[in-house]
Design a protein around this ligand. Structure first.
Ligand code: DQA
Length: 139
């Protein structure tokens, strides 16, 4: 199975940024753990701070991959364009968040993307990504 993880804006700063919310592990360290845990999966990773690049990546893998795990960061709450990209491809997309967005500011309570996604996982720290993968592999 081919699974693409996509992280959006500011998630390149994981391990550095707001550690009390997002933890102190870099995504690269966590990714290695995930890849070791699922040696039979091809888990690829892409991060961009640019909305259009996230859309391009969804288009690129969205007709051939088995699943996309997407943490669109703040674009979750604003991006009609990413929602349209998710709706336009065949590959199921799972929206994930490290933090429990419902415990935070009200503007984080609404997702523009969720209705186009297979489901949403939020609030389990980095483990949110693994939980999304678990869903994709059970099918
Ligand atoms: C986030 C939550 C978003 O509200 C925020 O803008 C992020 C990270 C999370 O993983 O908890 O950048 O998606």
């Amino acid at each position: 199975m081919n699974i693409q993880i996509i992280n959006g804006p500011n998630l390149n700063l994981l391990g550095v940024r707001e550690k009390s919310i997002y933890g102190d592990s870099s995504f690269e360290t966590y990714l290695t753990e995930l890849q070791n845990r699922y040696p039979n999966l091809n888990i690829t990773y892409y991060q961009s701070n640019v909305e259009g690049e996230i859309i391009n990546k969804i288009h690129e893998v969205g007709f051939t991959y088995d699943g996309i795990v997407l943490n669109a960061g703040a674009y979750t709450h604003t991006s009609v364009a990413i929602a349209d990209a998710i709706a336009g491809v065949k590959t199921p997309v799972i929206e994930v968040h490290i933090s429990n967005v419902y415990k935070r500011e009200e503007f984080r309570h609404h997702s523009m993307l969720a209705a186009s996604c297979k489901g949403v996982i939020a609030g389990f720290g980095m483990d949110s990504y693994r939980l999304a993968i678990e869903n994709l592999i059970v099918k």
